[in-house]
Design a protein. Structure first.
Length: 186
């Protein structure tokens, strides 16, 4: 659903061909904020075209390669865009962290190895947070406030994730992951 929403959203801005869409996704760092598989772009466009949500507007000719098909959104596509947009706003799926299942049994694992792995995660998260801040700062004057809210929200989630990982690593370092009856300190 995310890929179709992104394609239709980009076509709401202007007609373009898939390569331009891919460039815009990269320029806007969408893969850092939106769960979608970049490789599904052409399949999604084909599906949208078959359903009548998009149509071919033009073919750009280039002497060095075959022509590129430029797409535009149709009235059915505008309606689908609104439906997908509303579906995203009303989605209530619970997000499960990949570490949750491992944490249930972490007390049986090798403490030193888990600590090492958690330190790596902490460093990865610090880098991710720095990158998110950089992207946010560099886009303040280029994107709408709604996009800034998305970026800021992702940054805030990353900061909370970092604090959580740091607490986990500290407990692993002190061999506290197996303890019972102790609340987590803030």
């Amino acid at each position: 659903m995310s890929m179709k929403l992104v394609i239709l959203g980009l076509l709401m801005e202007e007609d373009c061909h898939p390569y331009e869409m891919r460039l815009k996704m990269k320029e806007r760092n969408m893969l850092h904020y939106i769960k979608m598989q970049e490789g599904s772009l052409y399949y999604a466009i084909e599906t949208l075209e078959k359903s009548g949500a998009v149509e071919q507007a033009d073919t750009e000719k280039d002497s060095s390669r075959q022509g590129r098909t430029v797409y535009r959104i149709t009235s059915a596509g505008r309606q689908l865009f609104q439906e997908l947009l509303e579906a995203q706003f009303t989605d209530t799926k619970t997000v499960y962290h990949p570490l949750y299942a491992a944490l249930v049994f972490a007390r049986y694992g090798d403490r030193e190895r888990l600590y090492e792995l958690l330190l790596n995660k902490v460093e990865e998260q610090r880098r991710a947070l720095a990158m998110l801040r950089e992207v946010y700062d560099s886009h303040i004057h280029e994107v709408s406030r709604s996009v800034l809210h998305m970026m800021k929200g992702r940054m805030e989630h990353a900061a909370v994730e970092l604090r959580w990982l740091e607490r986990l690593a500290a407990d692993a370092a002190e061999d506290r992951l197996k303890l019972r009856g102790l609340p987590i300190e803030d």
